[in-house]
Design a protein around this ligand. Sequence first.
Ligand code: GLA
Length: 728
Amino acid sequence: MGILYDEVRKMFKLDTAHTTYLIGVSEEGYVGHIYYGKRLQQFGGRYLMRMEEMPFTPSVNLRDKNSFMDFFPTEYPTSGVGDYRESCLNVRNSVGSIGSELFYESYSIEEGKPALPGLPASFGREGEVQTLRIVCKDPVLGLHVTLLYSVFEREDVIVRSVNIENAGEEKLRLEKVYSACLDMENRDFEMVNLCGSWARERHIQRAELRYGKQLVSSARGESSHQEHPFLALVTPNTTQETGEVYAMHFVYSGNFIVQAELTQFDYVRMVMGIHGEDFCWRLAPGESFQAPEVVMTYSESGFGKMTRSLHDFYREHLIRSPYKYKKRPVLINNWEATYFDFDTEKLLDIAREAKKNGIEMLVMDDGWFGKRNCDDNSLGDWTVNEEKLTTGLSDLVNQVRSLGMEFGIWFEPEMISRDSDLFRAHPDWAIQIRGREPGQSRAQYVLDISRKEVRDYAYECVAKILRSAPITYVKWDMNRQLSDIGSACLPSDAQGELFHRYVLGLYEMQERLVTDFPELLLENCSGGGARFDPGMLYYSPQIWCSDDTDAIERLRIQEGTALIYPLSTMGAHVSDCPNHIVGRQTPFETRGNVALAGTFGYELDITKISEEERAQIPGQVEQYHKYRELIQTGDYYRIASWTDKKPYDCWEVAAKDASQALVTFVQVLGQPNVHSKSIVLRGLDEAGKYRLIGTEEVYTGEELMKCGFLIRDVKGDFQSKLYRFVRE
Ligand code: GLA
């Protein structure tokens, strides 16, 4: 179980329930990659390091060492010494040369999983996870590189990271530090990644892997709307149920790169880490640098298994919030209801009507502070706008609470408007390059939260408001990307640290927030879903998925998001029609059914929608209470996909004990002369009998999972229905 070391063969064997990862140490001390895939019962496969067949092996033939370096399947490639594939580590020495070479030194195995100082990190108890540390040294630089592998047996996940320590005497500069590398023979791999834009985040993209480097990355200072810190290499024709999947996912919220490189020998090198663009870290003697962690999983049974491994892993070993499995209040957010045009009375009108219909929390979005009646001012001036909140914030909160509802609030703590008192007082607090007018985005700049005094100020603004009234939810927004990367406080040789220091500053602020307010429900957000990543999940159990609340566009966004994230993390609301972003009209019922696959809430002016739509809200809220636990804890199965050329979308959540399942079916486009569709369910007990709730129909689990269930009653564009099966 867990991690084994074979002294004679100098091999490490990392076992999870269904996978094995093998590492070997060569005679010369190179740490090589041997195998990752289906679980092996015994040690084996050392020949895959190909030491014997290589005429270039340094111990045999030093003359051709470079050829060896360029071929050897390695665990952690360095640059400058003959491996011309993508390296993971670039170190510049004090005379300005780049080059490092690592040799095995020692190993240790421990129960549990170490925390990573200052970084979000997965966790697990003894018995759930074991950690292997392989220490390598570069004797010339005096560098100690520790490769960390934490093996989560039950979830089939291996988490990797790297620690670089300068144990020598010269000042070094790290110009690139990636967190993981996986060298494998090519198996005609295809790449699957998530990409998009504002309002259409995380669409699934699949393409053949071609010769050369194909990368997915962000240099925007956040994980981004456009790309996502995730990559899967899959064998051809991989489906939900079949095919092999190698996936990497980054627990980090800033610049990243994940890349697959098909090389001259038909090998693939997959790497992941902090983007090397504008990254340069000083490493003085005695200092060390900790890279963020990469979550790695292998599935031999298609995407579905990968998805469920990651869902279980994030729920059990990354999300810390007390709300992880708790009921989250059904909220109503006033953004799409009022935008900036609201006051106390308007909010109370919404709250009163919401309460009548079973909604449990009012969230006051952007526009409650400074003089903010539009988006071009006041970020940084976190004082209550008493022209709008005429009786003050705590009075409003108390009035909402006396209705029997909770109160939540929006902040954008990392930002500073050009038109703000804060900017007038501290223009140097904005990230900017000396002598250059920084670029505005939504009329705002980014606060330099790499500086302690700046993040202390920004954090105190949030904390002060939270201390002033019983507020139980915060939406932490971040509405622009970073540019003009320069800090007034960092010395010239440290400006390349700003991107990463910014992310560390953000993590420190959120850590303070969840420590000081342990009962707070925190939802992260970034202009919709630009910072939906595992790093943020460490602090908030839910993240706003997208500013696009159209139920049909959400099908794609939520399918891509749910490919790797638990449903309980996806912020999803019912909004008004025509949809504010795409202008589409969809049935209220479908908007509710789609939002139910996430955290569920409302984002509309409940006082203004039609009587007929309002009348559906109590039923939807009741539905949420009924299915919430199943959705938060169950196994997710993607049954059919509109994005995969089907006219409908369908997903299922089955209880882990197979006692019940909830199926959501959305007919995206009506089809002529099609009478019924059979939907094959998963995750049930073959021998069990399942009643379709609301009917007299009873099916065996075997029928439902082999013959399928017939959808006969959903017709027409954008119509949808939920089906609940309960074992008798
Ligand atoms: C971002 C968020 C929205 C809303 C606005 C407010 O776009 O994603 O939900 O909070 O900011 O400015």
